[in-house]
Design a protein around this ligand. Sequence first.
Ligand code: HEC
Length: 106
Amino acid sequence: MRNTLKLLAVVAALSASLAAQGGSDTKGKFFFKKNCKSCHAPGGSAKEITPLSKTQAQWKAYFAAGKHKKGAEKLDGLLKPEQVKDVQTFLVNHASDSPQPETCGG
Ligand code: HEC
């Protein structure tokens, strides 16, 4: 029981630090489905991507670089900067090594 409480405290602290970055997990999920899955889904024009495609560190590095794909195109070209932040929060929160891995409906 004590360990469970400790774990919850850690998770709460982590969520708080992510929230401090300003992104919204819920909005990020919405924008990811709406603006990224159009191409990144089975049968789409690009390979399938879900939060599980990368670890938390890999997603952070990806968004820190700010490039969508190899080449110069910026993520900001696809979404408004605050929406990019939301998508980042969603993807990092549910990455393959996160406390709540999520496939986003596949
Ligand atoms: C118009 C279609 C399209 C949209 C919309 C789109 N992408 Fe892409 N994306 C591509 C293509 C094409 C590539 C390069 C080829 C590939 O990886 O399949 C790519 C590459 C990527 C990669 C690199 C894959 C890797 O790990 O090597 C990531 C990550 C990515 N996109 C994330 C996103 C995110 C996040 C969004 C929404 C904000 C998004 N994409 C929206 C077409 C799209």
